[in-house]
Design a protein. Structure first.
Lengths: 642, 246, 249
């Protein structure tokens, strides 16, 4: 599938014009309100219970809508937002260090390498302030100072301290806050919870999203759920690489099947690679674990100067070590942004200077920090991280330097949405990581939690009212429901009937490796074309040779996985196509052909200052719609960290 | 490494269960426990067998979804570690490993090692929250919180809801889980208005679900991957007694 | 790398428990498991106070038979002439019996509840919390209850005592533990040690149940519980051992 056609441009028609700081106020005022008595008659389906989905379902329930919430885990509290470590940004300026809504907006647009929409980002910065208030009122135990006020830290290279945190478990604490709000609404009867249910299709009738088809993962029953609007909060698709820091269950099925129903998929090639993860230890590896970025504050990154140096790290004298980040980026040193640190690690490993099994790792060394600060001080700061590292690798980082390697962490791309977070299917809203809206080509640290909660608590509950004010939308066309249900059943039957000789995981592993090699940290026209050739072949083999045991009428984890892998194949193809078409480098998308003399990413604003929104086509030839990005407030510049 | 696994197999909630033995060879010590089961399952699938069903998701010790009783200990013998973070290097070559699901009436087996923990959700529904609708909150700095209280609340709030406490308790009690949430909210000023009604409702719900009572054996806190302290149960008891004295 | 597998024989099937009965909301405070725990804690505290007094009384035997007999008499004439003979003692006895009954009722009810909470037992189960005492509370309680029956028949009602009911308390005591009846002393020994173990966990557990424990108090609390238990064990064992070994005649 390297062929595509180009369709008409797409525009966000919902963001009001005028000064940027007034746009959200204006939109809130112009959005139609729903009469309280009518809210009870309006049903909203929310799929996913992470920060975005959990907070949205709870808030819609509080407002009086009749909400149905779905998740594939055994309880809504498990969603992968729970694993976020670092913190959440908010423009509170509690430190008086010069932070402001405008500065957070500016940093986010710049950090996103000028590929995000200004209106959306500004709103995100505005709403960030309310999130902290809301979370504190819910009892989220943020870190505090002795005076009893909230502590903040600077994070991800920001020059102000705007990151609120709860030790290394900020995501967990925020998610539990949203989960508790959700459980409160379940008890109140406004939200009906469906756990261990996987969404397999959207029901679109008369041009509106009117419900979903789900599979009860315990009984295998295929169920239809109808509503006046559907909200997808199903997270990112980093697991297309098989190995990522995502949870094992994270998948693209919900957004991909919505895409097949007509929702445009925006910027699928934008993936974020996190530089500090524990490297792969063997073929059996099932996932990668992130080590907090804060380690780079005191750890020094290096590799041996010589290729294939097999000496133990302690035996390599200083003058035979290459502290390459300090060498290449003297100004920022070990603290360069994620995308830069990741690519530099890949480069030295490509040169054959990587360490550990397979040569895919670099050292993160605390020797100097221990000598300078003392072991106790280092232990106080990073003790729990060191323990986690030792638990996984069996090596003690106080004695032997840590080995780290980049890993897929977050996907900035997702379903295209307008300012109201509505996709190109009327009535289908997309929030959190599942949409594409706020991070451009690169997400800043501590911004994912902010976006998820902004969407769920504050933005969607307002904007969805504008759509629902015209409802209820009456009975749903039976044929549309039946058609979706049959499509789902057919896909399941097909998977079960192949009875080949390879497991779904073995295909997923191979696809992931292919994506990592050809569409990973560095992409070239050649690699992408190779991927686009290989993926359809592998997918063909999958449909000829996959083995799914058991039946569909039971808890069947093999079947669940097979269905997800099937969708990953289709998505992978679109990702590679998107990466191929975008011949510039920007943020997390690095095209080797587009770099400056120093090997840094080179944007092409002339030709690519746009969002690539892809329309699904059953013919296999997707249609590209461009949304031009205009920068009225932040001037486009080249990022530099030298 | 070569291992013998004795695994609980049960095809559905109302089916008979049994221990089945599998010999596994060539296990790498760097594998996680779940990766070892993954490899076994891959083989079972290829041989046309039903793979062993087990719950798992984040595989980094925070989501709380995984959990099995390994050699008689919830999450295995390594302390403060979830099953997904347990690695094979802690087992001896040639060892026999017994793997069972959480066993408690309020946690019925769904399949093999998968159990239904929705009882925990219902305990939270009974009162494990602060009633504060979105958008109604005052400024976050309007109420200072003593650092000691915030830290202690955080310690209790780190509970991941995995259910190991119930699995390990000789009485099948959910006291540690319930007490962790009660303590978290009862230490913060934001949790005060509903403090006593919350304790009463949640403890009563624990009874309704069919969990046993606490006899302070400390088994729960010993296996808790997050080390939730036993003192949370004292606080729960205190709040519950005060609620009943009213 | 791959692992190879070889399937072995399955154990006998274990039937699944019948579906969990839907339980009703507890009937008030005493119906709740926490309420029952509070009952156990309070009644336990009453019994500990009784044991301390009882032990002190027993030690009077070392001051001579008369001292012991006078003490036994004084118990019956407490607050006389304000109250008729044996009134206060009877009231105390009724309170004590009520405590015993409530303690046992709560224990049985909680044990049954715990049994229902785990219908299928573990094939392998390895306790992780230290403390042998913790795991034998129910067994210990049962042993103590059986012993108390024997104890009352022996020294209170004299039914199984060589001296019978119509004798002086000190004579009954000395006769009960005379060297030839070494086996009585042995039973007594085992029972008192059981009481000690029961209290070592029971005392701090009661404080925990009543919500007065916290992380700063656990050390002191557990040490105090062990100390009180040890004092009671020594105090209760001293008279019978002294009699059996002929120190007191």
């Amino acid at each position: 599938m390297s062929r595509y056609t180009e369709g008409p441009e797409i525009r966000d028609a919902k963001a009001p014009a005028g000064p940027i700081e007034e746009r959200w106020e204006k939109r809130k005022f112009s959005a139609k309100l729903v009469n309280p008595a009518n809210k009870r008659k309006l049903t909203v389906i929310v799929v996913g219970t992470g920060l975005a989905g959990g907070s949205a379902a709870a808030t819609l329930g509080e407002l009086g809508y009749n909400v149905k919430s779905f998740c594939y885990q055994d309880t809504p509290r498990r969603a992968h937002s729970i694993a976020a470590q670092g913190g959440i940004n908010a423009a509170k300026n509690y430190r008086g260090d010069g932070d402001s809504i405008y500065r957070l907006f500016y940093d986010t647009v710049k950090g996103g390498d000028f590929r995000a929409r200004e209106s959306n980002v500004y709103r995100l910065a505005q709403v960030s302030v309310n999130i902290i208030d809301q979370a504190v009122a819910q009892g989220v135990p943020f870190a505090r100072e002795y005076g009893g006020l909230l502590d903040t830290r600077s994070f991800g290279g920001a020059q102000v301290s705007r990151t609120f945190y709860a030790r290394g478990q900020t995501g967990q604490q925020l998610l539990l806050g949203a989960y508790q709000a959700l459980e409160r609404q379940i008890a109140a009867g406004t939200v009906t919870m469906h756990t261990r249910h996987e969404m397999l299709d959207v029901i679109v009738a008369d041009g509106r999203a009117r419900g979903i088809i789900v599979r009860d993962m315990v009984t295998g029953e295929i169920e239809r759920h109808l509503a006046d609007a559907v909200v997808l909060a199903t997270g990112g698709y980093g697991n297309v690489f098989f190995l990522s820091t995502n949870a094992k269950g994270c998948n693209t099925t919900a957004i991909w099947r919505a895409h097949e129903r007509g929702a445009y998929f925006a910027n699928p090639c934008y993936t974020q690679i996190h530089p500090t993860c524990i490297p792969v230890s063997g073929e059996y590896q099932s996932k990668l674990t992130l080590m907090s970025e804060s380690l780079r504050n005191d750890g020094r990154v290096w590799v041996p100067l010589r290729k294939n140096d097999t000496r133990a790290p302690g035996d390599i004298p200083d003058d035979e070590r290459d502290y390459y980040l300090e060498r290449i980026y003297p100004a920022f040193g070990n603290l360069v942004p994620r995308d830069i640190a990741s690519r530099a690690a890949k480069n030295v490993c490509d040169e054959g200077r990587g360490v550990g099994p397979g040569g895919l790792g670099v050292y993160l060394d605390f020797r100097d920090a221990i000598n300078r600060l003392g072991r106790d001080a280092v232990e106080k700061k990073y003790g729990n991280l060191f323990e986690m590292y030792e638990r996984i690798t069996g090596e003690n980082p106080y004695d032997v330097p840590m080995r780290i390697y980049p890993a897929v962490h977050y996907t900035m791309g997702g379903l295209w949405v307008d300012y109201d977070l509505q996709s190109t299917i009327p009535g289908l809203f997309v929030i959190g990581e599942a949409n594409f809206s706020d991070h451009g080509a690169n997400r800043l640290g501590a911004s994912a939690l902010m976006q998820g909660l902004a969407d769920g608590y504050f933005v969607l509950p307002t904007t969805i009212g504008d759509y629902l004010a015209a409802g209820p939308f009456g009975d749903v066309d039976d044929e549309a429901i039946a058609e979706a249900e049959i499509k789902v059943r057919n896909k399941i039957d097909r998977l079960l009937s192949v009875n080949g000789t390879r497991t779904p995981d073995s295909f997923h592993r191979e696809l992931g490796k292919l994506m990592w090699d050809y569409c990973g940290m560095e992409r070239t026209e050649e690699s992408l074309r190779k991927a686009l050739e290989r993926i359809p072949e592998l997918r063909e083999e999958f449909w000829q040779n996959v083995k799914v045991t058991g039946t569909s009428e039971e808890l069947n984890q093999v079947l669940e996985r097979a269905g997800r892998v099937a969708d990953f194949f289709d998505l992978a193809e679109l990702m590679c196509l998107d990466a191929l078409v975008r011949t510039e480098s920007c943020g997390g998308h690095f095209r080797a052909e587009s770099q400056d003399a120093d090997g840094e990413a080179l944007r092409d604003d002339e030709n690519f200052a746009h969002v690539s929104a892809w329309e699904f086509s059953p013919s296999g030839e997707p249609v590209l719609h461009k949304e031009t990005l205009e920068y009225e407030y932040v001037k486009m510049t080249q990022r530099s960290y030298k | 490494m070569n291992l013998t696994l004795r695994v609980w197999r049960q095809s559905g909630p109302s089916d008979d269960g049994r221990m089945v033995t599998y010999k596994v060879e060539d296990v790498s010590p760097d594998m996680s426990f779940l990766e070892m089961l993954d490899v076994l399952n891959e083989r079972l699938i290829l041989e046309g067998d039903d793979p062993i069903a087990f719950d798992h998701d984040c595989r980094e010790g925070i989501c709380g979804m995984c959990g099995m009783v390994i050699n008689g200990v919830a999450h295995g013998e390594q302390r403060a570690t979830t099953t997904c973070q347990l690695h094979m290097r802690h087992f001896e070559d040639g060892a026999t490993i017994t793997i069972e699901p959480w066993r408690a009436a309020p946690f019925p087996v769904v399949k093999d090692l998968v159990v239904d923990r929705s009882a925990f959700d219902r305990i939270i529904q009974a009162g494990g929250f602060v009633s504060v609708p979105a958008g109604s909150a005052p400024d976050a700095h309007s109420v200072p919180v003593r650092k000691e209280d915030a830290d202690a609340a955080f310690d209790a709030a780190t509970c991941i809801g995995c259910g190991a406490c119930v699995a390990a308790c000789p009485n099948g009690s959910a006291s540690l889980f319930t007490a962790a949430k009660i303590t978290h909210l009862s230490l913060l000023p934001q949790g005060q208005p509903e403090r006593l009604s919350r304790a009463k409702a949640m403890v009563d719900q624990m009874d309704v679900e069919g969990f046993g009572g606490c006899t302070n054996t400390g088994e729960c806190t010993a296996v808790c991957p997050k080390g939730i302290p036993l003192e949370t149960i004292a606080r729960m008891n205190s709040d519950y007694l005060k609620a009943n004295a009213k | 790398m791959t692992a190879t597998i070889e399937r072995g024989a399955a154990t006998a099937p274990v039937p699944a428990p019948k579906s969990t009965p839907t339980r009703k909301k507890p009937g008030g405070f005493l119906g709740s498991s926490n309420g029952k725990k509070a009952v156990m804690a309070v009644t336990g505290a009453v019994m500990v106070l009784f044991l301390l007094a009882h032990m002190l009384g027993n030690l009077k035997i070392f001051l001579g038979k008369d001292s012991f007999n006078d003490y036994a008499h004084a118990l019956r004439t407490l607050l006389e002439p304000l109250l008729p003979y044996r009134t206060l003692l009877t009231i105390l006895e009724v309170g004590l019996v009520a405590s015993v009954v409530l303690h046992m009722w709560a224990a049985i009810s909680l044990a049954r509840r715990a049994g229902k909470a785990r219908p299928v037992k573990y094939v392998a189960k390895k306790p992780q919390a230290n403390g042998y005492a913790t795991h034998i509370m129910r067994f210990g309680g049962l042993t103590i209850a059986l012993f108390v029956v024997w104890h009352l028949l022996d020294l209170t009602f004299g039914v199984v005592n060589p001296k019978g009911f119509d004798s002086a308390p000190a004579d009954r005591m000395i006769a009960g533990f005379e060297p030839s009846r070494w086996w009585v002393t042995l039973i007594y020994f085992v029972a008192v040690v059981m009481v000690g173990l029961h209290l070592r966990h029971g005392i701090w557990s009661a404080v925990q149940t009543l919500g007065w424990a916290n992380r700063n108090r656990y050390r002191v609390l557990k040490a105090s519980a062990a100390l009180v238990s040890a004092v009671l064990v020594v105090g209760f064992l001293a008279p019978p051992l002294a009699i059996t070994f002929g120190v007191v005649k």
